[in-house]
Design a protein around this ligand. Sequence first.
Ligand SMILES: Nc1ncnc2c1ncn2[C@@H]1O[C@H](COP(=O)(O)OP(=O)(O)OP(=O)(O)O)[C@@H](O)[C@H]1O
Ligand SMILES: [Mg+2]
Length: 289
Amino acid sequence: MAAKKHHVPHVKVEVPPALDAAEAARQAYANDKALTRHHFVEGEHPIVRIEHLNKTFDGETQVLKDVNLDVWPGEVVVVLGPSGSGKSTMLRCINLLETPTAGHILIEDKEITGTSKTDVNKLRQNLGMVFQSFNLFPHLTAKGNVMIGQTKVLKKSKEEAEKEALKQLAAVGLEDRADFKPAQLSGGQQQRVAIARAVAMHPDVLLFDEPTSALDPELVRGVLDVMRDLAENSGMTMIVVTHEMGFAREVADRVVFMEGGVVVEQGLPEEVFDHPQNERTAEFLGSIK
Ligand SMILES: Nc1ncnc2c1ncn2[C@@H]1O[C@H](COP(=O)(O)OP(=O)(O)OP(=O)(O)O)[C@@H](O)[C@H]1O
Ligand SMILES: [Mg+2]
């Protein structure tokens, strides 16, 4: 690839302005109503709107190509796709860990992209993220990890933060591990602490980037159970990149298949899994079964 560098023109992408909120909601409903198990509420707007999202690295590697996706309040969207298809980049654009090259991302109809007004710290309070590699603070206990965002960012008192931390640790089955440091916990336990930490911030949307990929197989189940519980009982909006097909089939309201930086196909899990419309989706699903 490097050898071809001087032949490749810099990619310039022009996209239309973001839609008006009411018009966007109408179009999104028309597009999505048959593609998701989400129960639509009259007049509902998507909580996340992605319009014409493009991301280019180094001015030439176009990793996301005109991605359009709306996510509804409380919806669980599972994103599938081969390695390098742009799944992580899309998630990272949503919480501005990456800056989109062109296009619009709106959270609750507020544009977060291309505006210097976006308070990134405030935005990230509303967008929890769970990473493959847990990213816990090694010097803090499980409880300390769940408390720190609450005290530092939400400015909660230590008592309040502790109460919430213990509640969220209990919710992920770790009340008896509150005083353990990450190194004293299994990978699955560390990931459950990371989920408790994200949930304790009460974000509007939780983003998961392959949360079980780094785990030994016997630890995957416990983490998926916690995610399933969140999906079914918390009403939290979740965008989950995972290769766990059982989870996608059972828990997702909608499955989105990406390849080559494009959303190739999306729909109800049973439709995408059992009757993929696109050849590449079928091939991918066949390869991982
Ligand atoms: N910071 C970066 N600089 C240059 N290229 C990048 C950068 N981050 C990602 N890419 C490229 O973007 C493409 C998509 O990467 P991304 O991590 O989004 O894929 P993915 O679908 O999450 O893959 P995986 O399943 O392996 O996690 C890849 O070709 C990758 O090499
Ligand atoms: Mg990835």
